[in-house]
Design a protein around this ligand. Structure first.
Ligand code: NDP
Length: 309
């Protein structure tokens, strides 16, 4: 197998990966970045972003990621297509296999492979993705101002998204498959105390309904068999995320949900010289700006580590 040697290898090309690359390039670490499975990351699947500072008129997710890529390229980052398919962090230099055909030996690795929102897996849901179906209320909620929306899920995210949406939308229906919420008591109370949230306990979504203009509602079915149509223009999934960490299992410490564990307040993982940034190590905030911030932290941690070698 081909072997190559680098000082700083970055895996992943969302806001965390590109920010890490920009900082690493400016610190003369000659970073090599592999874009991973979804070049540009999750933002390329959203529409307009209005909460990334610096863009008063908003910016399309794909445009923002293209701009980050261009900035990294101009600073000399070596950006390549390729997916990390194997790792060996048991010895130095660390080794990362790319596309199963090449080994990159490196002094340090920054992992920024992100996470994926879970979807229900309905055909109708895929059909209306970006046209009313969204997995990010903070990103897309604003477009449903004064309208009725649905939030699927009963965890902390669902409750947080439902209360956020309730502050800008007319009415929020929470579709919860069990007869209770999984969220923390405090979060449950917030939901219960919000008058324009109605919880539909014991319901599963059968179909997302819509027409040429996008989502018009959802057909839901109670565990007892009763079916119901809920009219709404937005259909938000908040049923959890899956971090893209399958390849790091056994090589790094992961938490029970599969997120990479980092030392609090740093990007350091359980292996020296391996750093993690962005959603792959963050089940809580999951914002482009927090991912970018943690990418910066990873590059600075990496620079200090390399100086100490
Ligand atoms: P969770 O896994 O906690 O909750 C997922 C929710 O989605 C559950 O109610 C689950 O139902 C439901 N669900 C899962 N799959 C389906 C499906 N196929 N159909 C219908 N419903 C489904 O994920 P969260 O994203 O809410 O939270 C992840 C972690 O982040 C948690 O530890 C949470 O505490 C934390 N968090 C904390 C916040 C805070 O403190 N402010 C904010 C957001 C997240 P069921 O209960 O039946 O399994």
């Amino acid at each position: 197998m081909d072997t190559e040697r680098t000082r700083c290898l970055i895996v992943g090309s969302g806001p965390a990966g590109y920010t890490a690359a920009i900082y690493a390039a400016r610190a003369n670490l000659a970073p090599v970045l592999y874009e991973g499975m979804e070049p540009g990351g999750q933002l390329t699947t959203t529409t307009k972003i209005e909460n990334f500072p610096g863009f008063p008129d908003g910016i399309l997710g794909a445009e923002l990621m293209e701009a980050m890529k261009k900035q990294a390229q101009q600073l000399g980052v070596d950006i390549r297509f390729g997916i990390a398919t194997g790792v060996d962090f048991s010895s130095s230099p660390r080794k990362v296999t790319i596309d199963g055909r090449k080994i990159v030996e490196t002094d340090a690795v920054i992992i920024a492979t992100g996470a994926q929102a879970k979807y229900l897996g309905l055909e109708s849901e895929t059909l209306f993705k970006g046209q009313g179906v969204s997995a990010c209320a903070t990103c897309d909620g604003f477009f449903y101002r004064n309208q009725d929306v649905i939030v699927v899920g009963g965890g902390d995210s669902a409750c947080e998204e439902a209360t956020y949406l309730a502050s800008i939308c007319n009415k929020v229906y929470m579709v919860v498959r069990k007869d209770h919420l999984r969220a923390s008591k405090a979060m449950q109370r917030r939901v219960m105390e919000t008058p324009n949230i109605e919880i539909k306990f014991g319901y599963n979504t059968v179909q997302v309904l819509g027409d040429q203009n996008g989502v018009t509602g959802a057909l839901v079915r109670h565990s007892g068999g009763e079916e119901l149509v809920i009219d709404a223009t937005g259909f938000f999934l908040a049923i959890g995320h899956t971090p893209n960490t399958a390849v790091f299992k056994g090589a790094l410490e992961l938490d029970a949900e599969g997120y990479i564990r980092t030392e609090p307040g740093t990007s350091r993982t359980s292996v020296p010289g391996v750093f993690a940034a962005g959603d792959v190590q963050d089940p809580h905030y999951r914002q482009a700006i927090t991912a970018a911030g943690s990418g910066c932290m990873a590059a600075l941690d990496c620079e200090r580590y390399l100086l100490g070698l």
